[in-house]
Design a protein around this ligand. Sequence first.
Ligand SMILES: [Zn+2]
Length: 371
Amino acid sequence: MPGPVHYLAVTAPDGEVVGYAWAAAAQIGFIDRVAGSSSAHQAGIEWFSRMQDSRRRGLTPSGVLALYSREPGAGPVFEAPGLETVKELARVVTPADDRRLLDQLVPRGHPAWRELAEAFDALTDEDRDVRWSGGRKRADGVHQAPFPLHSRPLERAVDALSGVGAVTAEHRWTDDRLPEVPAGGRLMNPADAVRAATAVVRGERFGEGRIARAVRNGLLDAVADSLRAWYADPDAAPSPSTPTVCRYCGGSPAVDAAFRAHLGLLLFLRFRRMDGPVCRTCGMGLYRGFTTYTLCWGWWSPLSPVLGPLTLVRNLLAVRQLKRLPDPGPGMLEERFDPGTPIYRRPPAYVALVPLVSVLCLIGAAVYGGG
Ligand SMILES: [Zn+2]
């Protein structure tokens, strides 16, 4: 797809970025996040099918994007020099993605952890040197495809990886290459170890020999060692090697901060949340927009006098993280989320004075009315 494209980030109600909807001169599309969850993947399919419906009804590609930019969960529309930039953003792995994978592991103290340790300790060099069978023409003339002969201890070790939950459908394994063996015997980040275990074990179904290669080149041992080290001391685990970039504009530095909005109207409650990582500029845009919205709408239900202030305080804590950041350096894009005007220059924010003044009046009436 040559030439510039317009795109927007789509966020699920739980804050996870689902993917990126884009429009070019004659085409629309949707790019899934590579590290996204299975539910995000499903939500992306639904978004794109609705966009395609609008396109079939005769809307132009940019018209479709403009229409969907008003949907809940849609971020601001950006322009990128080409589709490759948007694909690059979709490859960003966030701390929330890592946490989701670690949540798939069985809890501490589960016997599967001991089994993982014992199964890998029992592996010998012979087990690691997998032999192949087949690959010959049988007597009846049928050509038999070669297949690896895994020893019993190797099968046990592979099963033990599944046993601790390190082989999971939450890593939507699509890549044809095996993950790299960390150089110099270094440990992997535990989430990367889960990704590698999944790519090897689930990948075996699509091309036999992945397990054989991974046990010969040391990848499988590195995966087990990294998981065991993380189990022994979660705080000492190496952090991800990928730099954190803003999920809205691709700029860095970025922090993992979430911004929230609350609407309460009689019995109707609504919550919105957008997760990071965000750069200072995009984060300020989210902070100001969501805080102003909450100041205006966050009061008018029976629970809102608690929920509204709670939302405001959480946004204040999140924005403190942002203020420690320098402005984002040159990222993947020229353009960024416009942080807009400060909150005190946004009239809807002053709606918050209504409940505040009412409470003061009530207190005043009670004090002076009581004599
Ligand atoms: Zn940004």
